[in-house]
Ligand binder design. Structure first.
Ligand code: ZN
Length: 309
């Protein structure tokens, strides 16, 4: 249990106003303004100390964002249990923040931890999220300089690295306009993930068995001297790639979590200042809200599929 919730004689938790205010601010900055924990810590230090009287840092901000008590839960975990097995039950004390906001912070955290927020690609707010509607590959960021001015765009990985796709590149400004336009008109039902069929899973099992057999045969051929070491290695590489691709296809699409209405609300609040936001914040917004945006150009660019986190 935490210090800013004082336990009175009836064993109920009473919220200490001033500290509750700080907790709310940390959550709002994280889920509504899309700030990262470092930026939040810096900001909090300009106005307060932590509840223990220390300086805010990444860890203390994270501690606030992960504490279920603030959302009205009681929680408990034996010391030797892993964090994922923490027992969380509805409590009787007054919540400081809503359960929805707590869950939202949790999904943002998970998403950001998945590696899409890597520091080196902060320049590209959309990196990792945009997929090619022709071949399924990721669109990655690229910068060109014309008369001293920087132009950012995104291009299909298969198109520029392998030449196996013909999908054209798209400038960041066109992409932003395209996404906003889509958010305006999209209905909630439109972007629900399609359920993967169980048939696909059965096929994967079958393919894995076939693959095992192939690998055994090649190993025997290698042993018999019918196959060179190089040929064996490249056959195995190809087989690995093929199986990885099948595995990916068989993975069920993740459940959609953030309702579209909320994405729309977030964007309406940000639209006017979008170009004034630093690219790190832009990236936090995009990566916190979207799991996947598939784009395709026929006559004009359009969005084929849009999945929220
Ligand atoms: Zn492509």
């Amino acid at each position: 249990m935490t210090d800013e919730l004082l336990v009175d004689e009836t064993r109920k938790l009473i919220i200490v106003d001033e500290e509750a205010q700080l907790v709310r601010e940390v959550f709002d900055l994280y889920t509504e303004s899309f700030w990262g924990v470092t930026k939040i810590a810096k900001h909090m230090n300009t106005k307060s100390t932590t509840k223990e009287g220390g300086k805010w840092d990444n860890k203390s901000v994270r501690n606030v964002l992960t504490n279920p008590t603030y959302a009205g839960y009681n929680h408990f975990k034996p010391a030797d249990w892993p964090e994922e097995q923490r027992i969380i039950k509805p409590g009787k004390h007054q919540a400081i923040i809503s359960k929805e906001q707590f869950e939202k912070a949790k999904s943002f955290r998970k998403r950001r931890a998945e590696g899409h927020m890597s520091r080196r690609s902060f320049d590209y707010p959309y990196s990792g999220v945009i997929k090619c509607g022709l071949c399924g590959a990721t669109y990655t960021g690229n910068t060109a300089v014309h008369s001293g001015k920087k132009y950012q765009s995104y291009r299909c990985l298969n198109q520029y690295a392998k030449g196996t796709c013909t999908s054209p590149s798209i400038s960041e400004s066109i992409l932003t306009a395209l996404i906003w336009q889509h958010i305006e008109v999209v209905e909630d039902g439109f972007q629900k993930p399609k359920p993967k069929t169980t048939r696909l899973k059965i096929n994967l099992e079958k393919e894995l068995a076939i693959s095992q057999k192939r690998r055994r045969n090649w190993m025997m051929a290698l042993g018999d001297g019918k196959l060179s070491g190089d040929d064996y290695a490249s056959l195995m590489d190809e087989e690995d790639a093929r199986i990885n691709k099948l595995r990916k296809e068989a993975e069920p699409e993740p459940e959609q979590q953030i309702p579209f209405e909320e994405v729309r609300k977030a964007f309406n609040g940000l639209k006017e200042n979008w170009n004034d936001l630093d690219s790190e914040t832009q990236k936090q917004v995009i990566q916190s809200l979207f799991r996947k945006i598939t784009i395709k150009k026929s006559d004009d660019w359009h969005i084929v599929d849009m999945l929220t986190v």
